[in-house]
Design a protein around this ligand. Structure first.
Ligand code: A5P
Length: 236
């Protein structure tokens, strides 16, 4: 008889996320500037990094959100910023979707996409950590594409997103409009399967009022996938 339950499934998924996160943190070396991501999988990476710091690893980290900065401080991971370091040696972050063939990503369901993209782009290596539910043949579909937009004129910006077929919805949280760490709004766009992610990213970037999209193309150095039978590393 099946013993499946939502709680048991969540625990299994957490074990997969933790396994992927720990494998990525093995790549961190003393002296590195490390970019630390946001979200539940990155939280496992921050915890694993903290354990290594407690055992003597000397690193400094640039966080991609206030939440991750708080977690890092709580665990005792030393933080730094772009004022001190313009380049990052290794960034580790989760994703909402990974396109298996190209390693293009959708990110931003946690609302941290702008800082995450700046950190990933400034990193010599960018390791993406996911459980196997995030792997898809094509981006889009069920998972919305988050787009960070300026507050000023957001109504007209969302009209432009709608004209692209994005069916945008202004993100809310507990009945209020969600505000990112950067003071902007997020439009969750319901694009169908995204056949040409690079073309869509360029179209989104051309809309005044769009601050950044959650499409991460050509950034991942490798994707580390936690699954039921172990960890798979997919290099670019
Ligand atoms: C945060 O804005 C996101 O990009 C996260 O990296 C992404 O949502 C993955 O989060 P989980 O690890 O919680 O699934």
């Amino acid at each position: 008889m099946s013993t499946r339950s939502p709680e048991r499934d969540a625990l299994k998924r957490d074990a997969m996320k933790r396994a992927a996160a720990e494998r990525a943190v093995e790549q961190v070396e003393s002296g590195m500037v490390v970019g630390i991501g946001s979200g539940s999988t990155s939280a496992f990476a921050i915890a694993a990094l903290a354990q290594r710091v407690a055992r003597g690893l000397r690193i400094t980290a640039i966080p991609t959100s206030e939440a991750s900065a708080g977690l890092a401080r709580h665990f005792g991971v030393p933080l730094t910023g772009f004022a001190e370091h313009h380049r990052i040696d290794l960034a580790i972050d989760g994703a909402d979707q990974v396109e298996r063939g190209t390693l293009a990503l959708v990110k931003g369901l946690g609302g941290a996409l702008l800082r995450e993209k700046i950190v990933a782009s400034a990193s010599a290596r960018f390791l993406v950590i996911v459980d196997d539910s995030k792997l898809v043949p094509r981006l889009g579909g069920q998972t919305p594409l988050p787009v960070e937009v300026a507050r000023f004129g957001w109504q007209t910006t969302l009209d432009r997103l709608a004209a692209l077929g994005g069916a945008p919805r202004l993100r809310e949280e507990s009945g209020d409009v969600f505000v990112s760490d950067n003071g902007n709004f997020i439009a969750d766009c319901g694009f169908a399967e995204i056949a040409d992610a690079a073309a869509l990213e360029a179209r989104l970037a051309s809309i005044p009022g769009v601050v950044e999209s959650g499409l991460f193309i050509g950034l991942a150095s490798a994707v580390i996938v936690g699954g039921a039978t172990g960890v798979e590393v997919i290099p670019r």
